[in-house]
Design a protein around this ligand. Structure first.
Ligand code: ADP
Ligand code: MG
Length: 239
């Protein structure tokens, strides 16, 4: 995939994430009203809508620059804990994509994102934050690519499953970081909003990646004179 195609993929991913966050705005708000201050839906919607505007307006074919612009938009538009966490970590990790988006650089991006987020938020697994979705997702993604030799889109599928289990894990535990920690034991029994938005974004990235791959596989299959369906059905896309 050349730089311009990667840049288009980034733009498409940002558009899709913005739509998904808008669709789930009240869900995120409800989760945050149970253990926070009911602004996570609004924060994420405002941040992603600004990010979508920035990447559309930016005349660049450099995927790293576009990803960095997303982070900058989240940093400047989102008040609250999630803005600096999402935004700052995306900005910091975007440098890993300077040579383009490949299986290798995507693993480096994911690891850098996680490291920065943990450094900024000082949260570890079990604190009932977005880290609980992110750690299993990033570890699973890395292992699926580096040890199991899976293709990035398949690895991302495994990472989404892992993030889903991470989100479920936030329900029965007590918050020790962020606003929810003020509730102490009363935070038990509620799902963490930031872990949930992390999962929604990963699901959306998977769906964009799967759709783009389907398109490529179809073209390749046709070129080789094989029926397209056998390949295109290989990846399931969840809505
Ligand atoms: P705020 O908590 O300032 O209102 P948001 O509601 O937008 O900001 O985001 C809340 C989410 O941010 C939480 O659900 C949690 O996942 C995440 N979060 C809060 N503090 C931290 C932290 N120190 N480390 C990691 N994630 C955190
Ligand atoms: Mg909040």
């Amino acid at each position: 995939m050349d730089e311009a195609t990667q840049a288009e993929a980034v733009r498409e991913a940002v558009r899709a994430c913005t739509e998904r966050i808008e669709e789930e705005r009240s869900y995120l708000t409800d989760l945050d009203s149970a253990i926070g201050d009911a602004d996570h839906g609004a924060n994420m919607t405002r941040g992603f809508s600004a990010a979508a505007d920035r990447v559309e307006g930016l005349e660049s074919d450099d995927p790293a620059e576009l990803v960095k612009a997303v982070g900058m938009a989240l940093l400047s538009e989102v008040g609250g804990a999630s803005g600096p966490l999402y935004g700052g970590s995306i900005v910091a990790a975007s440098g890993e994509l300077e040579d383009g988006i490949t299986a290798e650089t995507s693993v480096a991006f994911a690891e850098a994102y996680l490291e920065k987020l943990k450094e900024r938020g000082k949260a570890s697994i079990g604190d009932k934050t977005m880290v609980d979705a992110l750690v299993p997702a990033v570890h699973t993604y890395k292992k699926s690519i580096e040890v199991d030799g899976l293709a990035p889109v398949e690895a991302l599928g495994k990472a989404v499953d892992a993030a889903e289990r991470g989100v479920a894990f936030t329900v029965p535990i007590r918050a020790s970081r962020g606003r929810a920690s003020y509730l102490g034991w009363r935070s038990v029994g509620h799902q963490d909003p930031g872990a949930t938005s992390t999962l929604l974004l990963l699901e959306t990235l998977l769906s964009v990646a799967s759709e783009r791959l389907d398109g490529e596989v179809e073209v390749d299959a046709e070129a080789e004179g094989k029926p397209a369906e056998s390949d295109t059905e290989a990846v399931e896309v969840e809505d």
